[in-house]
Design a binder for this molecule. Structure first.
Ligand code: NAD
Ligand code: LMR
Length: 333
């Protein structure tokens, strides 16, 4: 059997972690034959709750789970990591925009970036979930200069899955028959869910999304705003932010990093922009369409972008530039 992978989940006493840990521990993400050491970080006041989570993980009697390490200490949490899933932060409440969270959360990601720099393996794959996810991810990456920026990504897979599901429901088919939607930009209400390159499998044949849905006004209107506003709609209904669907998206994202994307398919994730793709400014974590092979992502290039898409891609980039500049001014990184 392989050596165990050492996986950190932060915010481990919170609601996303509660939906996530079982899937990771039973092999849905790193493989059905891959033993796991789970390191669980939360803040000191949450240690009694975290003890309960640890007991439950033990009680699952999972064959791949070699060890569970609960801690409130960075030097324990970040040591020798293969993968880090950074969830822990303050979630948005009803009526708050993600930008409101910036000040509270960005400081957490600076210190966690510094801890990654100091203690983690240089090959560690870091997925940032805590909001505002793109900017937190950028701050963590900047605070860990000896870890390649390509090792950092942020979660826009939930938006990607939401977009697939909306198209599938409209066509009356299962979401597995919808591929190559794209989420461009920020995991916020300015994100651009784009279906110009999306294919829908209708009775065994790939059909252009616009032809399958047969409602351009919906695809360019309510579809986009529904996906953009879905997080807020869940908060309004549940009085809590999404957790089950976020956990599923985290599993999809990290599994694709570990095992690669399928031939002919691309997925969306927030990755470092060098300024060389699709006219997106450099030094942002921006969601692009990517393929993944050998644990390395590559932005899908050469996709045609029309004026409708260009304007929306630029608007979400402008928001990210503003978020980055505000975060940097708070932190001086
Ligand atoms: P939650 O409040 O239930 O849990 C958050 C946990 O993080 C708490 O246990 C808290 O004690 C812990 N925490 C706070 N500061 C910490 C720190 N410095 N180190 C370690 N742990 C810390 O929240 P949740 O519902 O699990 O959401 C977590 C985050 O994920 C929020 O920021 C939320 O907005 C975000 N989120 C992102 C997406 C996405 O698609 N990117 C989707 C859903 C939620
Ligand atoms: C989501 O998209 O569900 C989360 O990011 C929660 C939020 O703040 O919208």
């Amino acid at each position: 059997m392989a050596e165990p992978v050492r996986v950190l989940v932060t915010g481990a006493a919170g609601q996303i972690a509660y939906s996530l840990l079982y899937s990771i521990a039973k092999g849905d993400v790193f493989g059905k034959d891959q033993p796991i050491v789970l390191v669980l970080l939360d803040i000191a006041p949450m240690m009694p709750v975290l003890e309960g989570v640890v007991m439950e993980l033990q009680d699952c009697a999972l064959p791949l789970l070699r060890e569970v390490i609960p801690t409130d200490k960075g030097e324990v949490a970040f040591k020798d990591l293969d993968a880090a899933i950074l969830v822990g932060s303050m979630p948005r409440r009803d009526g708050m925009e993600r930008k409101d969270l910036l000040k509270a959360n960005v400081a957490i990601f600076k210190s966690q970036g510094e801890a990654l720099e100091k203690y983690a393996k240089k090959t560690v794959k870091v997925l940032v979930v805590g909001n505002p996810a793109n900017t937190n991810c950028l701050i963590a990456a900047k605070s860990a200069p000896s870890i390649p920026k390509e090792n950092f990504s942020c979660l826009t897979r939930l938006d990607h899955n939401r977009a697939c599901s909306q198209v599938a429901m409209r066509c009356g088919i299962s979401a597995e028959f919808v591929k190559n939607v794209i989420i461009w930009g920020n995991h916020s209400s300015t994100q651009y869910p784009d279906v110009h390159h999306c294919k829908v499998n209708v009775q065994g044949k790939d059909v252009v999304c616009f032809d399958a849905v047969k409602d351009e006004a919906w695809l360019k209107g309510d579809f986009i705003s529904t996906v953009q506003q879905r997080g807020a709609a869940v908060i309004k209904a549940r009085k809590l932010s999404s957790a089950m669907s976020a956990a599923k998206a985290i599993c999809d994202h990290m599994r694709d990093i570990w095992t690669g994307t399928q031939e002919g398919n691309f997925i969306s994730m927030g990755v470092y922009s060098t300024g060389n793709s699709y006219g997106v400014p450099e030094d942002l974590i921006y969601s692009f369409p990517v393929t993944i092979k050998d644990k390395t992502w590559k932005i899908v290039d050469g996709l045609a972008i029309n004026d409708f898409s260009r304007a929306k891609m630029d608007a979400t980039a402008a928001e990210l530039v503003e978020e980055r500049d505000t975060a940097v001014s708070f932190l001086g990184v």
